[in-house]
Design a protein. Structure first.
Length: 126
Protein backbone atom coordinates (compact mmCIF):
# COMPACT_ATOMS: atom_id res chain seq x y z
CA UNK A 1 0.00 0.00 0.00
CA UNK A 2 1.40 3.41 -0.90
CA UNK A 3 2.06 6.00 1.73
CA UNK A 4 -0.70 8.26 0.31
CA UNK A 5 -3.29 5.45 0.35
CA UNK A 6 -2.30 4.56 3.91
CA UNK A 7 -2.78 8.18 5.05
CA UNK A 8 -6.17 8.38 3.32
CA UNK A 9 -7.27 5.17 5.02
CA UNK A 10 -6.20 6.50 8.43
CA UNK A 11 -7.96 9.83 7.78
CA UNK A 12 -11.18 8.05 6.78
CA UNK A 13 -11.03 5.80 9.82
CA UNK A 14 -10.57 8.78 12.12
CA UNK A 15 -13.43 10.65 10.45
CA UNK A 16 -15.70 7.63 10.82
CA UNK A 17 -14.78 7.32 14.50
CA UNK A 18 -15.30 11.01 15.28
CA UNK A 19 -18.48 11.56 13.24
CA UNK A 20 -20.93 9.92 15.69
CA UNK A 21 -19.59 11.94 18.62
CA UNK A 22 -19.70 15.16 16.61
CA UNK A 23 -23.21 14.59 15.30
CA UNK A 24 -24.53 13.64 18.76
CA UNK A 25 -23.96 17.21 19.91
CA UNK A 26 -25.57 18.54 16.74
CA UNK A 27 -28.64 16.35 17.10
CA UNK A 28 -30.36 18.64 19.55
CA UNK A 29 -31.65 21.77 17.91
CA UNK A 30 -31.86 24.76 20.20
CA UNK A 31 -35.14 26.61 20.57
CA UNK A 32 -33.55 29.61 18.83
CA UNK A 33 -32.63 27.43 15.84
CA UNK A 34 -36.09 25.88 15.71
CA UNK A 35 -37.73 29.30 15.84
CA UNK A 36 -35.41 30.59 13.12
CA UNK A 37 -36.19 27.67 10.84
CA UNK A 38 -39.91 28.18 11.39
CA UNK A 39 -39.67 31.93 10.67
CA UNK A 40 -37.51 31.32 7.61
CA UNK A 41 -40.04 28.84 6.24
CA UNK A 42 -42.78 31.40 6.87
CA UNK A 43 -40.76 33.97 4.89
CA UNK A 44 -40.22 31.59 2.00
CA UNK A 45 -43.95 30.75 1.87
CA UNK A 46 -44.77 34.47 1.74
CA UNK A 47 -46.84 34.34 4.94
CA UNK A 48 -45.08 37.21 6.71
CA UNK A 49 -46.59 40.24 4.98
CA UNK A 50 -43.05 41.50 4.30
CA UNK A 51 -40.74 41.48 1.32
CA UNK A 52 -38.71 38.25 1.23
CA UNK A 53 -35.35 39.99 1.81
CA UNK A 54 -36.73 41.97 4.76
CA UNK A 55 -38.34 38.91 6.29
CA UNK A 56 -35.16 36.83 6.03
CA UNK A 57 -33.09 39.69 7.46
CA UNK A 58 -35.45 40.08 10.42
CA UNK A 59 -35.53 36.31 11.05
CA UNK A 60 -31.73 36.22 11.04
CA UNK A 61 -31.47 39.21 13.37
CA UNK A 62 -33.97 37.65 15.79
CA UNK A 63 -31.99 34.40 15.75
CA UNK A 64 -28.75 36.20 16.59
CA UNK A 65 -30.41 38.12 19.42
CA UNK A 66 -31.91 34.90 20.79
CA UNK A 67 -28.50 33.21 20.70
CA UNK A 68 -27.09 36.09 22.71
CA UNK A 69 -29.93 35.83 25.21
CA UNK A 70 -31.26 39.28 24.39
CA UNK A 71 -34.55 38.28 22.81
CA UNK A 72 -37.48 37.66 25.06
CA UNK A 73 -40.65 39.08 26.42
CA UNK A 74 -40.32 42.73 27.31
CA UNK A 75 -41.90 44.14 30.43
CA UNK A 76 -45.25 45.86 29.80
CA UNK A 77 -43.79 49.19 30.97
CA UNK A 78 -41.01 48.89 28.36
CA UNK A 79 -43.52 48.15 25.62
CA UNK A 80 -45.67 51.12 26.61
CA UNK A 81 -42.66 53.45 26.74
CA UNK A 82 -41.51 52.27 23.31
CA UNK A 83 -44.97 52.79 21.81
CA UNK A 84 -45.51 56.23 23.31
CA UNK A 85 -42.03 57.44 22.29
CA UNK A 86 -43.26 57.35 18.71
CA UNK A 87 -45.64 60.18 19.55
CA UNK A 88 -42.64 62.49 20.03
CA UNK A 89 -42.47 62.80 16.23
CA UNK A 90 -45.93 64.43 16.21
CA UNK A 91 -46.44 68.19 16.46
CA UNK A 92 -46.63 69.25 20.14
CA UNK A 93 -50.36 69.94 19.95
CA UNK A 94 -51.05 66.36 18.76
CA UNK A 95 -48.77 64.40 21.11
CA UNK A 96 -51.27 63.84 23.91
CA UNK A 97 -53.94 62.60 21.48
CA UNK A 98 -51.35 60.26 19.95
CA UNK A 99 -50.43 58.95 23.39
CA UNK A 100 -54.09 58.33 24.23
CA UNK A 101 -54.62 56.39 20.98
CA UNK A 102 -51.56 54.23 21.66
CA UNK A 103 -52.81 53.51 25.17
CA UNK A 104 -56.17 52.31 23.83
CA UNK A 105 -58.50 55.31 23.66
CA UNK A 106 -60.82 55.39 20.66
CA UNK A 107 -61.11 52.56 18.16
CA UNK A 108 -58.65 50.50 16.15
CA UNK A 109 -58.85 48.30 13.09
CA UNK A 110 -56.46 46.35 10.90
CA UNK A 111 -53.54 44.07 11.68
CA UNK A 112 -49.78 44.11 11.59
CA UNK A 113 -49.72 41.39 8.93
CA UNK A 114 -52.24 43.37 6.91
CA UNK A 115 -49.97 46.39 6.82
CA UNK A 116 -50.75 48.17 10.07
CA UNK A 117 -53.25 49.05 12.73
CA UNK A 118 -55.28 52.21 12.22
CA UNK A 119 -56.16 53.88 15.52
CA UNK A 120 -58.74 56.64 15.65
CA UNK A 121 -60.10 58.86 18.36
CA UNK A 122 -62.16 62.03 18.20
CA UNK A 123 -61.48 65.06 20.33
CA UNK A 124 -64.17 67.73 20.59
CA UNK A 125 -63.09 71.15 19.36
CA UNK A 126 -62.78 73.75 22.09
Amino acid sequence: MSRFAFRCTIALALAAAVAPAWSAGKGQVSQAQADYRQERARCLRGDSGQALATCLKEAGAAYEEARRGRLGDAAPADLERNATQRCAAQPPADREACRQRILGAGSSEGSVSGGGILRRSETPAN
